[in-house]
Design a protein around this ligand. Structure first.
Ligand code: 9MR
Length: 443
């Protein structure tokens, strides 16, 4: 626990420095998340877009939305071959009118299948599933920030097995087939695998999904991101190793996102957990953002657990204040940053490696800085961008420019790396990401 608190406060102190120049950033979830290149989103129901309190909060606070049910299979293909996008399109056009991103949810899932699909199996189901993926991904081509291509394909329990379903029974390769179809239909949108009870690093289900993603990356299956639903309650509590889970997946070369966050509870306990979750995302360069699964407690699928950031009247809860403070680096930095080592290490050195996520016209880069056999008291990584590339956003480091050869120096809060340890920073840009080997200088 002490370690968690210390890490959180160090991140918090740095984020506060980074945000000092942006007055807007402190006042809403979306603007505050955007200050570190991230989003803060909410699941939205089309039939609530006529509720002025709901829409008022949505437009003010959030810069990403996920249709809560409207892009699911039963909604978009109610009869085989007959596609229906009315409600999903309402959400997408509302989001666009407000400059919000949209996460698509979901193309292939064992649940919320229309009756015709529930009754299918074997090769016919495989073909119908792939056609569904192709048609829906084509309809939204280029309009979404990410797709949850496959949702909840692993079973709960201790054996790390796939969930039994009609889709699973079409063959173990159904997941990768869905990803390939989605990539072919919409090459620019990030393709995610999304699941619940994958938050605790030591749980078998988490490890099973991790193995699948590692396998997909090694075989070139087009996967860009992993969504952690993060529905927390007493049976599936926020785990103290959550940050380890996020950073371990990110280290496989995928982005991570918190896709359906809700935390049952109330008061300070709930607020603290919201702050912890935000800090964990901020600490992982490849954590793209956070989506809460609804706006007011009364909008939640678990309304009785009061798991969201606004109460039934639309008032901000303590959980909101804590999440916003964490985004702004204001989470009670009662623990001062660690004191410098008493004797400076000698012969300090570092190395850096870059993991690129490149799409048509843009990229994000995650850079891991690793200390050699001695601790590092400060570091700078130099990278040369291809001509035409502009870096638009940097997190966990300070960029000395936006094009050409750029020196990324440690932020005020992350200069020290223990011997053999590492830290991560990231940046985002337009054009093509860097391909040359980075150089790392330690002090
Ligand atoms: O919030 C959604 C609720 O309105 C639906 O009735 C339910 C039906 O399956 O799905 C809920 O959303 C789920 C999401 O799509 C996938 N992860 C779990 C979510 C909560 O059940």
């Amino acid at each position: 626990m002490a370690t968690t608190l210390l890490a959180a406060s160090v991140v918090a102190a740095g984020a506060a420095v980074a945000l000092a120049s942006s007055a807007d950033a402190a006042t809403t979830l979306g603007a505050s998340a955007a200050a570190s290149g991230r989003y803060f989103g909410a699941a939205v129901a089309a039939n609530k877009l006529s509720d002025s309190t709901y829409v008022g909060i949505l437009n003010r606070e959030f810069n990403s939305v996920t249709p809560e049910n409207e892009m699911k299979i039963d909604a978009t293909e109610p009869s085989q071959g007959q596609f229906s996008y009315t409600n999903a399109d309402r959400i997408v056009s509302h989001a666009k009118s407000q400059g919000m991103q949209v996460r698509g949810h979901t193309l292939a899932w064992h649940s919320q299948q229309p009756g015709w699909m529930q009754n299918m199996s074997g090769a016919a189901l495989r073909t119908a599933m792939l056609n569904h993926v192709t048609q829906v991904a084509t309809h939204y081509k280029g309009q979404l920030s990410a797709w949850d291509v496959v949702n909840e394909a692993y079973a709960d329990g201790n054996d790390g097995a796939r969930r039994d379903s009609n889709l699973q029974r079409t063959g173990n390769d159904w997941i990768e087939a869905a990803f390939r179809a989605a990539r072919a239909a919409d090459p620019a949108t990030k393709l995610c695998y999304n699941d619940y009870n994958t938050d605790n690093w030591s749980w078998a289900k988490t490890q099973a999904v991790y193995s699948m993603v590692r396998d997909f990356k090694s075989r070139g299956v087009p996967i860009d991101c992993v969504g952690f639903q993060s529905h927390f309650n007493s049976g599936s509590p926020y785990p103290s190793n959550y940050r380890t889970t996020l950073s371990s997946f990110a280290a496989l070369g995928v982005d991570v996102a918190i896709t359906e966050l809700d935390i049952e509870g109330s008061g300070t306990t709930q607020a603290t957990t919201y702050g912890n979750v935000v800090n964990d995302c901020l600490a992982v360069a490849r954590c793209l953002g956070i989506t809460v699964w609804g706006i007011r407690d009364t909008d939640s699928w678990r309304a009785s657990g009061t798991p969201l950031l606004f109460d039934g009247n639309g008032n901000k809860k303590a959980a909101y204040t804590s999440a916003l403070a964490a985004l702004n680096g204001g989470v009670t930095p009662t623990t001062p940053p660690t004191t410098p080592p008493t004797s400076p290490p000698t012969g300090a050195g570092c190395t850096a490696s870059v993991t690129l996520n490149q799409w048509n016209g843009g990229f994000t880069a995650a850079v891991r800085v690793t200390a050699g056999s001695a601790a590092v008291n400060g570091w700078a990584v130099t990278l040369t961008m291809p001509s035409g590339t502009t870096v638009t956003n940097t997190w966990n480091a300070v960029a000395g420019g936006s094009s050409g050869t750029i020196r990324f120096a440690n932020a005020s809060y992350n200069p020290r790396i223990p011997a053999g340890g590492n830290t991560e920073f990231g940046f985002q840009g337009t054009g093509t990401g860097p391909s040359a080997t980075p150089s790392c200088a330690a002090s």
